[in-house]
Ligand binder design. Structure first.
Ligand code: AMP
Length: 607
């Protein structure tokens, strides 16, 4: 395909305001792209390399301005180009404003020819060569080569060439557009409905079509899903477009992960334990590490042995950061002997192994020089929490629990994040306390049955939101602990003050209407040390005992965090705190200063 043809199509896309019509333009371009389909599918998004590849052209705006100046009419300088850029605001418009081709230079392939002779392939190959140029004189070589390209470009070609060089096409073709266009171009025949799709699945697109024009058939959900999936797994629009054309929907579904080629990270939304339990019944709970995301690929290539050279570490943006984090690659290489893709967090730690703020990790990630010195200064630890591929098997479609089990089989335990599967709020709260005590950020809640969907910020991974409100409640009962905690009171019964509440008249107890109404129990958020302290504080208030259960005179007030207040018959107040956690003893408050039931009612209503 001629580059002029590509540029003409890109112009049409740029001028087209309607999304559906843009998809149709991209679809038609793809259908006509022939051997250059992979390149064209990247070019429409301003990319020369696939998204997973961290190679860049490394051509800055300054070099581009110089190349434009050299290719433009005599006497144009890089400063002139800059001035025009300030006026036009966009490099494509500036490039299109010059009359290229009058200059002859060493690197001009054929002298100026007014445009039209460049092919898409040639542009692609030339830009790839530019990207590979390094070392002494590479700037000059890049300048010469760029000059050569522009010298052969028509104004319209120059517009898109300049934008391509800077990686921004500005033609309104985003990832979704390309996905739809691939599906429409190759998975759906323009005139027939796909045989396997039923009527509901196929929307006929009449809105974008002119009167009398044959309506195009829109890709069905399953086509889009297949393209989307292949894109998530491969991060290569060019490859996926070609596969859609050559091997169709089944071929796309069969696209596999490649050890060494990063995938987009699955992301999390904010959510609550309450939501998670209501939605899934059981929750997979992990520590939330305060570091930087990494995806580690080990043992790629035939044979799959693991040596240092076969381990790559990628950042959340899929940049290759192996050189900046050599100990992570070494750690994995030493311990892993099957091909593996793991997802995790790298955390900076102090000499005692306690986590340091995540800014410390970032110092390591950005580091290009002095890596060895930095390695001494900022110690790093890997906490792996997911496994996308192990020993030849892709695990994206396996549930959290299975992926975690594979991780635990493959990596030593100290590098694998703890996983708690629980349907018990108290157990989850205890896990959270433990995580916070260990210096981590909190907890992550995952749907235990969910698959790994790359790039997705869905509802299957939740980062627990910190509590917005706390309440101050009187402690009116407790239970003696068990085992290690047998001599301490634990599991504290909490009560709100009722109208009858007042100094000296409260005896507590469930539903006795003597001034305090129970609303929940808190057992967690309390360290052993704190528990001993609380026992000492509360034992003098014991009013009666029945087996392990004690009734306490209301005297001590706890500040308690919660996620939700629910109506509940379990407690005498008619309400229950969900996910209550101990925050502190309110030393400054007496029981009669505890929050009133009225406030609890108001909080419940305002949720
Ligand atoms: P945020 O950056 O606040 O959106 O939280 C999501 C991020 O938490 C993820 O992208 C990870 O980098 C990080 N994270 C820490 N621990 C975990 C974990 N156990 N599972 C998933 N992500 C985690």
């Amino acid at each position: 395909m001629q580059f002029a043809e590509f540029a003409a199509r890109a112009s049409e896309m740029e001028a087209e305001p309607a999304d559906l019509a843009t998809v149709a333009l991209v679809r038609d371009l793809f259908r006509e792209s022939g051997k250059e389909l992979d390149t064209v599918a990247r070019f429409v998004q301003g990319r020369v390399f696939p998204a997973w590849d961290s190679t860049t052209l490394d051509i800055g705006p300054r070099l581009l301005r110089e190349a434009l100046a050299r290719a433009a009419e005599r006497n144009v300088t890089a400063d002139d180009v800059e001035e025009r850029l300030a006026e036009e605001g966009e490099i494509g418009a500036v490039a299109a404003g010059y009359d290229f081709g009058g200059q002859r230079g060493l690197a001009a392939f054929s002298g100026g020819d007014g445009g039209g002779s460049l092919t898409v392939r040639e542009v692609d190959e030339t830009l790839r060569e530019l990207a590979a140029a390094t070392g002494a004189g590479s700037e000059d070589r890049k300048l010469n080569t760029l000059f050569g390209l522009f010298n052969r470009a028509s104004p319209e070609e120059a517009r898109f060439l300049a934008r391509l060089v800077l990686g921004e096409m500005r033609i309104g073709v985003g990832e979704g557009t390309v996905r739809d266009a691939i599906a429409e171009a190759f998975l759906v025949d323009g005139t027939e409905r796909p045989a396997e799709a039923d009527d509901e699945n196929v929307e006929e697109r009449r809105d974008g079509a002119e009167e009398g024009e044959e309506p195009a058939v829109r890709a069905a959900d399953e086509h889009l899903a297949a393209v989307e999936r292949a894109l998530q797994v491969s991060n290569d629009y060019g490859m996926v477009a070609v596969m859609a054309r050559e091997v169709g929907i089944e071929g796309l579904r069969a696209v596999r992960l490649d050890v060494g080629r990063p995938v987009q990270a699955m992301l999390a939304q904010a959510g609550t334990v309450t939501d998670a339990l209501d939605e899934w019944g059981e929750v997979a709970v992990e520590r939330k590490f305060d570091g930087a995301r990494v995806q580690v690929h080990a043992g790629g290539g035939a044979g799959g042995g693991t040596d240092d050279a076969s381990v790559s570490v990628f950042s959340r943006n899929m940049d290759d950061v192996t050189d900046a984090l050599p100990e992570i690659a070494e750690f994995v290489a030493e311990r892993v002997d099957v091909p593996l893709i793991l997802d995790g967090e790298v955390v900076a730690v102090d000499d005692d192994g306690s986590p340091l703020p995540f800014q410390e990790v970032l110092r390591r990630f950005r580091r290009k020089h002095d890596v060895d010195r930095m390695r001494e200064e900022v110690r790093l630890e890997l906490h792996a929490f997911d496994c996308l591929h192990a020993d030849g098997e892709d695990l994206l479609d396996a549930p959290v629990t299975e992926r975690h089990a594979r991780l635990a089989e493959t990596l030593p335990a100290d590098a694998v994040s703890d996983l708690l599967i629980s349907d018990d709020e108290e157990e989850i709260a205890a896990f959270e306390t433990d995580s916070l005590d260990a210096g981590h950020e909190g907890i992550m809640l995952k749907n235990p049955d969910s698959t790994y969907s790359p790039g997705d910020r869905g509802k299957n991974w939740l980062k627990r939101k910190p509590d917005v409100e706390t309440v101050d409640l009187a402690v009116t009962g407790a239970e003696w602990g068990e085992g290690r905690r047998a001599n301490h009171l634990g599991t504290f019964l909490l009560s709100a003050r009722t109208d009858e509440g007042g100094k000296g008249d409260g005896k507590g107890g469930e539903g006795d209407g003597t001034g305090y109404a129970t609303i929940g129990k808190v057992a967690t958020g309390i360290t052993d040390e704190k528990l001993a302290e609380l026992s000492e504080l509360l034992e003098p208030e014991i009013a009666s005992e029945d087996g392990q259960t004690v009734e306490l005179n209301p005297a001590v007030v706890f500040e308690v965090g919660y996620e939700e207040i629910q109506r509940s018959p379990t407690y005498s107040s008619g309400y229950a705190l969900r996910f209550p956690r101990f925050v502190a003893v309110r030393e400054d408050k007496d029981a009669e200063d505890a929050d009133s039931l009225e406030r609890i009612e108001r909080l419940a209503e305002s949720q």
